[in-house]
Design a protein around this ligand. Structure first.
Ligand code: XLS
Ligand code: NI
Ligand code: NI
Length: 440
């Protein structure tokens, strides 16, 4: 097969002192950290849409990057060239997974039957390219936000016809995900939200979204899908209010509709910060509910109020993310780089350098997070903070034996409690810096 990214070598680990921009400086796939290989801790995935489709178009300018891969765009030859480009890209970067929207794979036709036939053809081709490699599908999804028919939402639409088209897309995207052996299936509620309450029946819309998800679970299980369904929370953009605002909101929704056994969350860093949370907050909330499934690894810009989907370079944030992931015992999903190069980084080489940056950032995060855990000071300080619940009094609260009366009696006997003890935040932050930057 003819090389598409000629001149770009296979990207190898060259160590932290290396200066080669086309090499990993921290991601060393076989290095063992806390009993597992880096590659097992970090199942990285390539996002079809940003990497193979997006050409840098924004609200103010047309495309600048060439993603034709030598074929006329809008054709099946081009769709196949993207598959070839994707596989060469993943193989050269040691990436073992990919994620896709249905319409990333093929040009969408006016008639849905034509699109579906194209999806059958391209998924056969992808399957043939997967043979003999260890590349797998992390998750699939249906794009139910780009086509004008979804201007009022997909599951939340006011039109029963449009709802049926959403259902048809989910059905086909599930077929393909299962065919390609996908670990998960994502619902990102692109336009599941509203602009104004004046024209919106929120209760009706939310119940209909749940109906669509229940149909997806029923169909998915019927055709043998064993993986997790995911909701990917996002607070806004494109809609002013999106129903899956953040992890806590999505978990409440899933529980209210009895979907919590089949669904977990796919947490995206940039969506967390748009919701006014840290990335690690969203991960923790998912994890304590047993719903941390997968991650869309990217980062936002704190000075901008939109989803910039930048490649992650913030090692501190990646460390806090990996701390949550390690504490969770890993992910059932993986790390999908839902990230795009900046508009001026339009060359094919930039695509590789961006993934190298992201993978090295998470490798550093993993190395650091393991050090934080192995050091043990943070855990010990947290343990001490709650140690009063080890006392007889504390145990009576935890066991349910205590009552308002018994506790009031205790309080009245004391008259005035001691202050609860320092939170030691600055000490903890110092410890983190010590571990990250010290020479131990
Ligand atoms: C958009 C979302 C999207 C999902 C998949 O903000 O991140 O890319 O990951 O539909
Ligand atoms: Ni995403
Ligand atoms: Ni996003």
């Amino acid at each position: 097969m003819k090389e598409i990214f000629g001149g770009i070598p296979k990207i190898e680990y060259e160590g932290p002192t290396g200066k080669n921009p086309l090499a990993f400086h921290f991601y060393d796939a076989d290095r063992v950290i806390m009993g597992k290989k880096m590659s097992e801790h970090l199942p990285f995935a390539m996002a079809w849409w940003h990497n193979l489709c997006a050409n840098g178009t924004d609200m103010f300018g047309r495309g600048v990057a060439d993603k034709s891969f030598g074929k006329a765009e809008g054709t099946m030859e081009h769709a196949k060239a993207k598959v070839d480009a994707g596989f060469e890209f993943m193989e050269k970067l040691q990436i073992k997974y990919f994620c896709f929207h249905d319409v990333d794979l093929v040009p969408e036709a006016d008639d849905i039957k034509v699109t579906e036939a194209r999806l059958d053809e391209i998924s056969d081709y992808i399957l043939s390219r997967m043979k003999g490699t260890d590349i797998k599908c992390l998750w699939g999804t249906a794009n139910m936000f780009s086509n004008p028919r979804f201007c009022n939402g997909a599951g939340s639409t006011n039109s029963a016809d449009v709802f049926s088209f959403a259902a048809a897309q989910v059905k086909k995207a599930l077929d393909i995900t299962v065919k390609l052996g996908g670990r998960g299936y994502v619902f990102w509620g692109g336009r599941e939200g509203y602009e104004t309450l004046l024209n919106t029946d929120v209760k009706f819309e939310q119940e209909n979204i749940a109906r669509l998800m229940k149909m997806a679970v029923a169909y998915g299980r019927k055709i043998g899908f064993k993986g997790d369904f995911y909701i990917e929370p996002k607070p806004k953009e494109p809609m002013k209010h999106q129903y899956d605002f953040d992890a806590a909101t999505a978990i409440g929704f899933l529980k209210a509709h009895g979907l919590d056994k089949d669904f977990k969350l796919n947490i995206e860093a940039n969506h967390a910060t748009l919701a006014g949370h840290t990335f690690e907050h969203e991960l923790r909330i998912s994890a304590i509910n047993g719903m941390l499934g997968s991650i869309d690894a990217n980062q936002g810009d704190m000075l901008l109020g939109w989803d910039t989907d930048e490649f992650p370079c913030n090692v501190y944030s990646a460390t806090m993310c990996m701390y949550e992931v390690l504490k969770n015992g890993g992910l059932t999903g993986g790390f999908n780089f839902d990230a795009k190069t900046r508009r001026p980084s339009y060359t094919h080489e930039d695509m590789f350098k961006a993934y190298i940056l992201g993978m090295d950032t998470f490798a550093l995060g993993l190395i650091n997070a393991a050090k934080l855990i192995e050091d043990g000071r943070i855990d010990e300080i947290v343990r001490q903070k709650y140690s009063s619940f080890d006392s007889r009094l504390g145990k009576s609260i935890l066991s349910g034996e205590a009552t308002l009366e018994s506790l009031a009696e205790h309080a009245e006997k004391l008259g005035k409690p001691e202050l609860p003890g320092s939170g030691r935040q600055e000490e903890l932050q110092h410890i983190v810096n010590d571990i990250l930057f010290g020479r131990s």
